[in-house]
Design a protein. Structure first.
Lengths: 339, 289
């Protein structure tokens, strides 16, 4: 019984990994300029092993400079939002939260918007976005606390309050912004798109996201204990407050970094962990890796649709909502017991 | 040979920050190696709070609570967890973990913060499940087990922690008769194995069954402290719960005493056989007060 259980999780992980690789190859191949998989492999081979290029320079440029950064960003953002969703759900003991529900996304969005208004520096945008993200999760938590506890419904409602406050502040920022230049920049970027991923942004934000994801990944078994409540976790030897602080900072950092990379992309943090629990159960030892793989593949595939479905690109945040909302509705109906 | 003192509560008092009244004050007692202490007292009398201050979750406002001579609130959680395991009042997790994964959680005290439980830990968890008789539940989702089974899961989790002191917060409340006895049997086994136990409960009968020491608390004060014979007495229990009780000695048939609460309205009790007269033993408790 025990063996079959862990074997099943392992084979699910393997299948999901293969799906991720396939979706990456597909994403490298499709687009306005179709590239056959064989040529992709030749480009990657010459890049990795330093051998001379056997295909046209033009194809290599499309693959390496346009599509690859976009796919890496898609993977990081999808996997990151899913992992932060799973982590937030565990530490708030609430399967209905995510960085979007808790207001982190709109807080980070506002922080980024106001920084864009005032300066051009990516570092400043990132810091401001992180700060407001952290501020919003703190506000949501304080608002929802009733007698030292944060009931599921209160947490969700407080998230809505904080979220709309920061959305309003973001609108205010747009209203003040220069309508010819800064305002469209803020608007389009907040809609969510992987269209403008710059390699240099990825070099700065990529390592931050990877580090935060790795931290959550390493601590994933301890996160299980936090779902039992602070005191119980402490009685089992966990420094609950410290661990919770680390997890919140990491999850907020991931959300803020992905907002900086590509604007607000919703629903992933909520839907993917639910899907993951359906596949491997609630144990974060399996759920966190599954969330990474499913979240990453999901966003890469959705981005493929976003850039190929119509002649002009559909904002990806709009698409994830169009796919995510009904998907979550189905999960809700099927799993009423889990909530 | 006198056993060594493990937990010492020295004129301790506690108050929640927002409240005026002390939950308990000037409490003093100690728990020795191998002792089984039952904390009795009416609802809201601070039994749970007392256990939480012993665990170091809460800091006493007055006095000191020490474990092996060290103030409990200052003991780092990983060290504390190796000495004391805590069985909280049952609350089912919002996530449907498997029973064996819940029990495995108890191993965290013996693992580095970044480590995952390995074979040795799984074996320890398995042994803990054997001791509480829940091996057959190992693969079940924790939201599908009954209240009594869940209580045994929590006790198994505490056992997998391999601490030699066990604190239990009302482990038999909300359980039916059969499950109460199952849980009490497990507690009795643990006591026999020499584990030091502190247990908060609503049932004087349970103390008569397994306690080596009983502390009866009401409104922040200690009403009685000593062996079950010294403390489970009608006058002390009346002071604690506001009703009369009858302690029936069934030593000859059952081998123990039992404690029967009587109706505050007054109850007729038939005397011994030779005395055929019916007499009213009890009349008018604290019904109106």
């Amino acid at each position: 019984m025990e063996v079959s259980q862990s074997k099943r999780s392992k084979s699910i992980l393997l299948v999901l990994f293969i799906i991720l690789i396939l979706s990456m190859l597909a994403a490298l191949s499709v687009g306005r300029y179709q590239v056959p998989v064989k040529k992709i492999l030749l480009v990657l081979e010459s890049r990795i092993f330093g051998t001379p290029l056997k295909v046209e320079e033009r194809i290599a440029t499309v693959i390496l400079n346009v599509r690859l950064p976009r796919i890496i960003a898609g993977f990081l953002v999808g996997a990151g939002l899913a992992i932060s969703g799973a982590a937030f759900q565990a530490i708030f003991k609430n399967p209905l939260v995510s960085s979007q529900i808790l207001g982190v996304a709109s807080g980070a969005g506002f922080g980024a918007a106001i920084a864009i208004l005032l300066s051009e520096s990516l570092v400043l945008v990132q810091i401001s976005s992180f700060f407001f993200g952290l501020l919003s999760v703190f506000m949501t938590y304080m608002l929802s606390r009733v007698r030292k506890k944060a009931p599921i419904l209160m947490l969700v409602l407080s998230g809505i309050v904080v979220s709309s406050l920061f959305s309003a502040l973001t609108s205010m920022t747009k209203y003040i912004a220069d309508p010819l230049n800064k305002m469209p920049a803020i608007t389009f970027w907040l809609l969510g798109s992987l269209n403008h991923i710059a390699k240099k942004d990825l070099y700065v934000l990529g390592p931050i996201m990877l580090a935060a994801m790795a931290t959550i990944f390493i601590l994933r078994w301890r996160i299980n204990l936090l779902t039992m409540g602070d005191e119980e976790a402490r009685s089992m030897g966990v420094r609950s407050e410290r661990l919770k602080g680390i997890i919140i900072i990491c999850a907020t950092l991931i959300t803020a970094a992905s907002v900086c990379l590509c604007g607000i992309i919703g629903w992933i943090g909520l839907v993917i962990p639910h899907l993951g629990r359906l596949l491997v159960g609630p144990d974060n030892r399996n759920l966190i890796p599954v969330s990474v793989l499913v979240g990453g593949s999901f966003l890469i595939i959705v981005d493929c649709i976003a850039r190929t479905a119509s002649s002009s690109e559909i904002p990806i945040g709009v698409l994830t909502a169009i796919i995510g909302a009904p998907l979550f509705a189905i999960l809700l109906r099927r799993n009423r017991r889990e909530l | 040979m006198k056993n060594s003192v493990r937990i010492k509560v020295d004129s301790a008092g506690f108050r929640y920050p927002s409240e005026r009244k002390l939950v308990f004050e000037n409490l003093s007692f100690s728990v020795e190696e191998g002792e089984v202490l039952f904390l009795l007292g009416p609802n809201g009398t601070g039994k749970s709070t007392l256990l939480k201050t012993i665990m170091g979750f809460l800091i006493p406002e007055r006095g000191r609570i020490t474990l092996d001579g060290e103030e409990t609130a200052k003991i780092p959680p990983p060290l504390m967890a190796k000495k004391i395991a805590y069985v909280p009042q049952s609350q089912v997790s919002p996530f449907p973990f498997r029973v064996k994964d819940i029990v495995l959680m108890g191993r965290s005290a013996h693992l580095d913060p970044f480590a995952m439980p390995g074979r040795r830990d799984e074996k320890a968890a398995w042994e803990a499940m054997e001791q509480t008789g829940i091996v057959h539940l190992a693969e079940r989702r924790c939201d599908s087990v009954s209240g009594g089974e869940w209580q045994l899961v929590l006790i198994a989790r505490a056992l997998s922690q391999a601490a030699d002191i066990l604190l239990l917060d009302e482990p038999t409340s909300h359980l039916d008769l059969g499950n109460q006895m199952k849980v009490l049997d497990v507690i009795g086994d643990l006591a026999e194995r020499g584990i030091t136990i502190v247990i908060a409960t609503h049932f004087p009968d349970h103390a008569l069954l397994h306690a080596s020491t009983v502390a009866i608390i009401r409104e922040a004060h200690m009403l009685g402290y000593g062996s079950p014979e010294e403390t489970i007495k009608p006058e002390i229990l009346k002071a604690a719960y506001g009703i009369e009780v009858h302690i029936a000695d069934l030593s000859e048939t059952l081998g123990r005493k039992i404690c029967i609460p009587l109706s505050p309205k007054g109850e007729r009790i038939r005397g011994p056989k030779e005395d055929s007269r019916e007499k009213i033993l009890i009349k008018g408790g604290d019904y109106d007060s």
